[in-house]
Design a protein around this ligand. Sequence first.
Ligand code: GAP
Length: 452
Amino acid sequence: MVAKTMEDLVSLCKRRGFIFPSSDIYGGIKGLYDYGPMGVELKNNLKNAWWKSMIYERDDIEGLDATILTAPEVLKHSGHEDTFSDPLVDCKSCKARWRADQLEENSCPDCKSKDLTDPRPFNLMFKTNIGPIDDGTTFTYLRPETAQQIFINFKNILTSTNKSIPFGIAQIGKAFRNEITPRNFIFRVREFEQMELEFFVEPGDDIKWHKYWVDARYNWWLDQGLDKKNLELLEVKKSELSHYSKSTIDIMYSFPHGKEELEGIANRTDFDLGSHSKNQKEFDIKANVIKNDKSTTKLAVHNLEKNTWTIPFVIEPSAGVDRGILAILNEAYNEEKIDDKNSRVVLSLKPHLSPIKAAVIPLKKNNEEIVMKSKNIKHTLQKIGLGRVALENSGNIGKSYRRHDEIGTPICITVDFETLENNTVTVRDRDTMKQKRIGPDELINYYRLYFN
Ligand code: GAP
């Protein structure tokens, strides 16, 4: 096995249709990427695995799909208008702009000059205008995290689902940040997706639940194929905590460019519900919130036994989909020697994440009977509903295997002349490259079992 680099992953992603630079034919835009045919399947599979683990396999979490455009009041009371900024410096020599906290030896990475401006806060939120008149008063923000829509929908969800704490609200969706220096492929980008859970608990139970979610989320990443040796839990220093957090544990992953945050699990206390609630004075809000005279709703729960109203604490596991994809690709990518002359690139993805579950390959591209038989097998397997099954009719079996190894297809099924006689096919396993001949009934079982 040969060591992989970020370049290996970027090259595979472009070559096999996982990820392309956005607006590529016009030279691209820094920090923006498009997911191609394989990328969108991989991404959907990762998001589905998260959704399944959060919503379908539990009974204490509900889902949400809220808007990206966000009223300024929301991001004022969440603290983002005032504090969601990075320190920006300009290089006076070459005019490049940098994040002050990411510079080495306080010099410009491009021209090495040390003649830089003083750092000044740069708010990372993107603004846009609502309606036909742009007079500076009708703006909204593109959300910088999916979390805020969860908090402002707290009461809607609580009352419409009859839930009581502890319970959570989960959401997957786009977030936007005008990063000063986007870099490292899809690691730090300006448009990305988050998978966020806000789990509401009784104040006092927060430390217990925080630990619970750190463990649960760490184990979930292992189930997605990440190796323990590449993962680490890091307690964020008090001085580096976000404005809303009492304590945060980051799940760090050894990306090709270094060890960095994959997911953060924060104890957000009663900061968010307290910030967005009306009649704040009625509650014993522990966090430091700014006065809210705009909200129409109390974001509190009723304790029937004590007849008291409390603003719950929030534990938030917040994972980046794109960083997850990068970690998974890094983990799955292998270059293997087949023999003295040949090697292959294989993406050993966990089967549930593979963009294509099985490829059906007619041995002869132009043989109508073989192609028809292959199509029938494809449709039969597709109907089982485990994900995408592809007909791969390139006419070159070696190239087809190579392509499907590189995109991580667990099973290749070859249809040949013998299939026309006795309905048997050859199945080839991606990881072992072993082939065997099986009959039609066996094929369906083989396929089902593979993904169980
Ligand atoms: N709601 C909490 C929150 O947004 P965060 O640590 O700023 O916390 C959570 O972001 C996760 O979102 C990160 O762990 C990371 O995976 C992902 N993320 C944040 N900024 C990103 C960026 N510019 N590009 C890609 N992913 C990003």
